[in-house]
Design a protein around this ligand. Structure first.
Ligand SMILES: Cc1cc2nc3c(=O)[nH]c(=O)nc-3n(C[C@H](O)[C@H](O)[C@H](O)COP(=O)(O)O)c2cc1C
Length: 458
């Protein structure tokens, strides 16, 4: 069987993910693996149509395709995203149609599900039969039982391909929006109350709905409002995954482009509005590149206490996975996720109203200092980072470790002496049948008691 591997790591063969592919290649000698470093080679693929055609032709002649990539910021690397965009721009869908696909990722499992969902959706948009995904923790390959598990997955996939088994789809095709926004005149009556507002966007000067939404939003405000356009700053390239930033949160590109300066501008704002148009099932690859390059901040929440809103042009209601990524971004930065306004409104007037309401809420929340309680997206994310940094990443991510210590983010529950003593006591007491019966009887009331006491005291 001929298997084309689309490598989504910027590090070519010297990548964690590729070790999994090379392992499979070694263990499955009866099959031919053709590896394409589409993430690393993105410039060539963009500039030379023959280079992209060679990859597409190889896929046309293959039995199966493996999308093998590391997680980058809840998704794929910005260059891999660009490769996906190119496939649609250059109308390459025909070569992918009906091919079987599998997804293989390595990560620390932070939002691996959103990355898998995205690529599965892309496979289906390309007309592929997506068998499913395998999400390995970076160092799983070191363990024999994990190697065995991977081989079982591969065997299952190859059987599905050779027997032409049907696979169910997970997503409907995305229906593009037809709505054209005609903004009403904004009167600049919403006072920013001395808060600094920064709109970060990749909107072109092209009269797009997004450009109009940004303009209207900006015009509704009176006070300090700046716009950072991602198309106007220098970005020399995507994150190269070198992790040099781990020691002191400095990117190797440093002065070579505007990324660090742009993030400093973001950190100086009180209110952030991120504005982008949907391309395929995410924002543009430019946005993705920008998010990835923010990795020089490590796992430190750099937008703590800020108010974040999004302006999105495109069918977001059809893309809950993208909504989750946007919300998770704000929450994992410990910011207040105020909301998302899209151009899915019924009328331009309605959209004007939603933009004004978002502006008002952003300012009000910034004034009161409201930050929403963190839900699973942030709580789960924090605990995962906390444990990873403590257990293994701190040797590389020294700056993270310093920050987590200083800001008491190593909040392991087992460190509490009270919990440990209570646990030991209960272990002993629960051996006594009479205590156990009484404990079970009173459990419901005891759980509510401290809360009821607070209510009583109000
Ligand atoms: C810029 C950047 C972003 C990352 N984002 C995530 C992420 O969102 N979730 C996650 O679990 N791991 C994330 N990682 C960790 C990588 O996915 C992981 O180290 C992977 O195994 C690297 O594979 P590679 O060597 O093949 O590139 C990120 C790493 C980098 C450098």
């Amino acid at each position: 069987m001929k298997i084309v591997v689309l490598n989504g790591s910027p590090k070519t063969a010297n990548s964690v993910t590729m070790q999994y592919v090379l392992f499979l290649r070694k263990k499955l000698p009866g099959h031919e693996f053709a590896i394409h470093n589409v993430c690393h080679d993105i410039r060539k693929l963009e500039d030379d149509p023959h280079a992209l055609q060679r990859v597409v032709d190889e896929i046309a002649g293959a039995d199966a395709v493996v999308w093998a990539f590391p997680l980058y910021f809840l998704l794929v690397h910005g260059h891999y995203k660009r490769f996906i965009e190119l496939l649609f721009e250059r109308r390459a869908e025909g070569s992918f149609k009906d091919k079987y696909a599998a997804i293989l990722t390595t990560s620390i499992h932070f939002f691996d599900h959103t990355a898998h969902d995205y690529v599965q959706g892309i496979c289906e948009d390309l007309g592929m039969r997506c068998f499913g995904g395998y999400s390995a923790e970076m160092y799983d390959l070191l363990k024999e039982e994990e190697r065995d598990r991977l081989l079982l997955f591969a065997a299952d996939f190859l059987k599905t391909v050779s027997e032409h088994r049907p696979v169910p789809r997970r997503h409907r095709s995305v229906v593009p929006l037809q709505f054209e926004y005609e903004p009403g005149k904004a009167d600049g009556s919403i006072d920013t109350q001395s808060k600094n507002v920064l709109i970060v966007t990749d909107a072109g000067n092209n009269g797009s709905n997004l450009a109009k939404m940004v303009d209207r939003f900006r015009a509704s405000l009176r006070g300090s409002v700046s716009v950072l356009n991602l198309n106007e700053i220098r970005i020399r390239g995507g994150c190269i995954g070198c992790i040099q930033c781990g020691l002191a949160n400095e990117c190797v590109y440093r002065e070579a482009d505007d990324i660090e300066r742009a993030y400093a501008q973001i950190q100086a704002a009180d209110i952030l509005v991120f504005a982008g148009s949907i391309r395929d099932r995410y924002l543009s690859s430019r946005w993705k590149l920008f998010f990835d390059r923010g990795f020089f901040n490590g796992h430190v929440p750099v937008l703590t206490g800020k108010q974040i809103g999004y302006l999105v042009s495109g069918p977001l209601m059809q893309l809950p996975n993208l909504r989750e990524c946007l919300e998770a971004h704000a929450l994992n930065e410990m910011a207040n996720f105020v909301g998302i306004v899209t151009d899915e409104a019924e009328t331009s007037r309605e959209l004007d109203g939603q933009l004004d309401a978002l502006a008002r809420r952003l300012i009000e929340c910034a004034t009161t200092g409201y930050i929403q309680p963190f839900n699973f997206l942030a709580v789960g994310g924090h605990k995962l980072f906390r444990d990873e940094i403590w257990a293994s990443l701190r040797f590389v991510f020294r700056a993270d470790h310093r920050y987590y210590k200083k800001h008491a983010l190593y909040d392991f529950p087992k460190r509490s002496l009270k919990t440990r003593l209570t646990d030991t006591l209960f272990n002993i007491l629960l051996l006594i049948p009479a205590f156990k019966r009484d404990f079970q009887k009173r459990l419901r009331d005891e759980m509510v008691k401290p809360l009821a006491k607070v209510v009583e005291q109000q």
